[in-house]
Design a protein around this ligand. Sequence first.
Ligand code: NAD
Ligand code: UD1
Length: 339
Amino acid sequence: MKILVTGGAGYIGSHTTILLMEAGYEVIVFDNFSNASKESIKRVEKIVGKDITLIEGDIRNKEDLQKVFQSHQIKSVIHFAGLKAVGESVEQPLKYYDNNISGTINLCEVMTENNCKSIIFSSSATVYGEPKTTPIDESFPTSATNPYGRSKLFIEEMLRDLYISDSSWKIVLLRYFNPVGAHESGTIGEDPNGIPNNLVPFIAQTAVGKRDYLRVWGDDYNTPDGTGVRDYIHVVDLAKGHVKALEKIDTFNKVMTINLGTGNGYSVLDMVQAFEKASEKKVPYKIMPRRAGDIATCYADPAYAKKILNWEAKRTIKEMCEDTWRWQKQNPNGYKDNE
Ligand code: NAD
Ligand code: UD1
């Protein structure tokens, strides 16, 4: 069975491709390499011991997509392709709306034309905005504070409308909490461009000596130690959630919206400590003012994923830090040394 993975060369897509291939699916990776390296695919091939069909193309270009659907019988699409830098989305909103929203419209049109109506979409816990309470379940109200978040919300709504217009569509919206970690081989992982915005890549680069110290964005939140609390989830657990969703997708008779998180919240300082232990390196930090747009606490109620997908995150914070460290240590410059 052929599965099209858009954005399959990226961080979450490459880990998901491994699990899909290990589960026996035939995977077509489609990526424009705007935020990925071909080296990641080479390494995935090495891990699974098989060649991957890789198609270089852009979801904003219908011809690129048509070629894929005309030369392959695609059963389902796992749609990771998108831009994800919150700060950049504030500076260049049209770039985000064009890439994420126009790209998804193109994809759905080409899917419809080729009678492929099965899609798993990468949404984000960012759609919960500032939640009134935690843990957060799927019925919580949604809102967005930046163009990136809004692009996720709009796409969710667009896919719901698509289902209303044609209930033969099978649609799963997966809302990820904070993906971290790397494949246990240490050969693939997150390879941020420039200075990392997210916490764990920044900690990892500090531990490896690429950054002098971590800036902790605020220690005056209403949390146990005053720093922000998040639900960090191992990327391999997250990837497994997609395989489970794919196994079940044909049985769904409504649009499924599902949190993928662990249900545990850890603070910035918890993460620093766990990383120091895993890496046996010091992670110096300085407390700074709060970062605009940040919230105090965010963690999932993962019960629905357990019930519907028979999935739950298994890997601990220790494994998340150890696996990130193995990747960071073996690849201090990410994939760049091999490009
Ligand atoms: P990533 O940047 O590593 O992967 C995205 C991939 O999509 C990249 O390989 C990029 O080259 C490709 N891409 C982007 N625009 C494209 C286009 N127009 N055509 C073809 N390919 C294109 O990001 P990731 O962390 O793997 O995230 C995957 C998805 O999950 C994204 O949609 C992201 O918004 C979403 N998400 C990520 C996180 C996170 O923290 N990493 C959290 C919630 C949701
Ligand atoms: C961020 C994005 C969110 C996106 C998610 C995954 C913002 C405001 N939100 O979420 O939309 O879906 O990434 O890509 O950018 N921290 C530090 N120092 C750092 C980096 C982070 O103290 O250098 C703190 C933050 O204040 C936060 C926690 O670490 O409390 C996690 O931050 P981060 O990894 O950026 O994730 P989110 O803010 O949850």
